[in-house]
Design a protein around this ligand. Structure first.
Ligand SMILES: Nc1ncnc2c1ncn2[C@@H]1O[C@H](COP(=O)(O)OP(=O)(O)OP(=O)(O)O)[C@@H](O)[C@H]1O
Ligand SMILES: [Mg+2]
Length: 372
């Protein structure tokens, strides 16, 4: 988690105090999960999915639930995934993060080994507790059953977050969703919060009628952060550091970033460091402009990377920035439509009412304006 010393935290999941404008949403997912519902939450990169999920788990844990969280981005083999799930589940009992390592010979003294074994009582399956000899398939199957097993034995409810869930196919192969579903669907004491940043894939897994997870979880749209919430937060943050600011100037920041979670944080952060350097104690429009330039400079490699990956669809973005018609001579309208869908799927554009398209990150639009 980002250190709370940073005024405007960036990069990874943030803690409760820096989750802006999501209190109602947090309450809603917490209540649904506590009630045993499974949820799917998807959205573009960097809009705060993981922050929300981890905060929800902290709250559920306080309520007495067992919780576990696994990030599929961090694992690359079936065995690692199984181990990550088992570790996350068993932490509720053992209080340590890597129970599996400890079991596999990482414990120095007999006393500690005995203590650990006692903490794991009642969790063996048809085979002895998993060890080095256990096959990958058996270990994975054990992992998928463990949330329910643990919940039943300990008379708890278990809530499991599976982050970047769409990556299961990369790690285990295409059959994995069917396999997981067959384990999860009989679990009445464990429920799941599925997260993913690849919206197209996630929607396909959970809304495709021929897919294993079809209607298994409630799909919740993540609402945008309100202007009022950003205003309060940014004002409070600057004032905490003795920097005076008026509402209009803050509104300008939000206009530039479009209220996009990480971009807004980034622009604010760059402005803050600029003020530190110059010794100014008041937020001016000029500082906002300069801070934005710095934010754009730091985003250059990110945006270049995104644009490079797009191939011909980059033209669509350029035409959008130039406010030109998206349909062009010599390209079949179906092809244009396909490229627009791809840009929406990648979380670069969003479709607005009346068939117009917006940039999910207004800063990307500014960047394009600068470089074309
Ligand atoms: N509600 C929020 N309020 C303020 N900032 C936020 C919020 N949500 C996200 N951010 C900003 O976005 C960054 C990324 O947050 P987080 O990792 O939770 O997003 P994510 O959607 O899981 O991203 P990824 O696609 O990279 O997994 C945070 O470090 C923070 O700067
Ligand atoms: Mg995330």
């Amino acid at each position: 988690m980002s250190s709370s010393n940073t005024l405007f935290p960036l990069g990874g999941p943030v803690d409760e105090n820096d989750i802006v404008g999501r209190e109602d949403f947090l309450k809603s997912i917490q209540a649904r999960l506590a009630d045993g519902q499974s949820i799917m939450l998807t959205g573009p990169r960097r809009i705060g999915k993981t922050s929300l999920a981890l905060e929800t788990l902290r709250r559920l844990k306080k309520e007495g639930c067992y919780v576990a969280s696994v990030d599929f981005f961090r694992v690359s083999t079936k065995r690692e995934l199984a181990t990550a799930i088992i570790d996350a589940c068993l932490e509720n009992r053992t209080g340590i993060r890597r129970t599996m390592d400890a079991l596999m010979g990482g414990i120095k003294t007999v006393t500690n080994a005995t203590k650990l074994a006692m903490k794991l009582q009642g969790l063996e399956f048809s085979f002895s507790f998993p060890d080095k000899e256990t096959s990958d398939d058996l270990l994975f199957s054990y992992a998928l059953d463990l949330p329910q097993k643990l919940a039943v034995v300990d008379k708890k409810q278990m809530v499991v977050v599976l982050d970047e869930f769409q990556d299961a196919a990369r790690i285990v192969g295409d059959g994995v969703f069917k396999l997981m579903r067959s384990h999860f669907q009989v679990q009445n004491k464990a429920n799941y919060l599925f997260l993913g940043s690849k919206e197209g894939l996630m929607n396909n897994i959970f809304a495709g009628s021929d897919q294993a997870f079809y209607r298994f979880a409630t799909i919740l749209p993540l609402p945008p952060i309100s202007l009022a919430a950003w205003l309060d937060y940014i004002k409070k943050k600057f004032e905490d550091r003795g920097i005076c600011c008026n509402e209009q100037t803050i509104q300008e920041i939000i206009k530039i970033s479009g209220g996009h979670p990480q971009d807004t944080m980034l622009v604010c952060s760059e402005i803050y460091y600029l003020l530190l350097e110059t010794g100014e104690r008041c937020l001016s429009l000029e500082a906002v402009q300069l801070g934005t330039q710095r934010a754009l400079a730091s985003l250059t490699p990110v945006f270049d990377g995104i644009l490079d990956e797009l191939g011909p669809a980059k033209r669509i973005l350029i035409r959008l920035v130039q406010e030109a018609s998206l349909y062009e001579r010599g390209t079949h309208p179906n092809e244009i439509k396909r490229m627009i869908d791809m840009l929406i799927n990648k979380g670069i554009l969003e479709k607005m009412e009346r068939g117009t398209y917006n940039f999910v990150e207004p800063l990307l639009k500014d960047y394009l304006l600068k470089v074309i």
